[in-house]
Design a protein around this ligand. Structure first.
Ligand SMILES: [Mn+2]
Length: 284
């Protein structure tokens, strides 16, 4: 007899033997528009049984990899700082055990907790960021710890020119001005990604890879808090993930699925497939 414990499909190896560790960060307390991302990680795990473990794109199978899924963290909904501290601690533990963390959000602020721990281990860290939104506000309604500010907080750790942003098509004028000075922003598409990743690979630079699923067009992925027209399609995202996978990824996340906002379930299925391809693409 075995316990009936739900993991992402094909990710039920033991902790010791696994190179990749999945965990959920079900937090959405700073969502500005439509909440629900706190249910993202559980929905991805549950609905993953609707997809295959095998990827015909990569000719790889999750059953051939050792991946441990430790479920969702129990995060304090009222306190962003407390939730981030728990995410940071979890990420630090996984890294110290020589494993690669992949976090399933949650809203995008959760990325900051993981990046804090990854940056501590890899001070020369660079970040590859897919998103519709710049997320570079200094504060949002006076609050510094908001999903709208998450890359600005990451910038304060990583420094000038270390954050590579793609598909960005929404933000305040000030955020785009800030990006001109301080980040490597590529608007609307993945143009320039090959060159950025070639440069990162050349120097074996440690990379944290954060995918806000709202980089996808709402016609592909509408189950999200702040959908933004004019996004990329799934095959473009897949191709971009495979490009980033050639770099030295040391941590990753996918975030901003709010499953209840798409009653068809298609957005959750898209998130599951994206996560499968991300896991399979990482050579660990
Ligand atoms: Mn976004």
């Amino acid at each position: 007899m075995k316990k009936n414990v739900e993991t992402f499909i094909g990710c039920d190896s033991g902790y010791e033997e696994s190179g990749i560790v999945l965990f959920g960060a079900p937090f959405d307390s700073t969502t500005s528009f439509r909440p629900g991302a706190r249910f993202g990680s559980a929905a991805i795990r549950h609905e993953s049984f609707g997809i295959e473990t095998y990827s015909p794109y990569q000719d790889k199978d999750l059953l051939d990899k050792k991946v441990f899924d430790c479920g969702d963290l129990e995060l304090c909904f009222g306190s962003a700082e407390s939730a981030l501290a728990d995410i940071e601690e979890q990420t630090r533990t996984i890294l110290n055990d020589g494993k690669l963390p992949i976090m399933i959000g949650g809203e995008h602020l959760v990325t900051l907790g993981a990046v804090r721990a990854v940056f501590e281990k890899y001070p020369d860290l660079q970040i590859v960021h897919f998103d519709a939104h710049a997320d570079l506000r200094d504060d949002y309604l006076g609050v510094k710890l908001s999903h709208a500010c998450v890359l600005r907080r990451c910038y304060e750790l990583a420094g000038d020119g270390k954050i590579h942003q793609f598909c960005i098509r929404s933000g305040e004028r000030d955020e785009f001005a800030f990006a001109m000075e301080h980040t490597d922003m590529h608007k609307f598409s993945f143009d320039g990604l090959e060159e950025v990743c070639a440069e990162l690979s050349k120097n074996n630079t440690p990379v944290y890879f954060t995918i806000d699923l709202d980089c996808l067009d709402p016609s592909v992925f509408c189950g999200t808090g702040t959908p933004e027209a004019g996004g990329v399609n799934f095959m473009e995202l897949l191709s971009a993930i495979l490009t980033v996978s050639k770099t030295n990824i040391v941590g990753a996340d996918i975030n901003e699925l709010a499953p209840m906002l798409d009653s068809s379930g298609a957005s959750t299925a898209v998130a599951c497939k994206t996560l499968r391809e991300l896991i399979l693409s990482i050579n660990k």
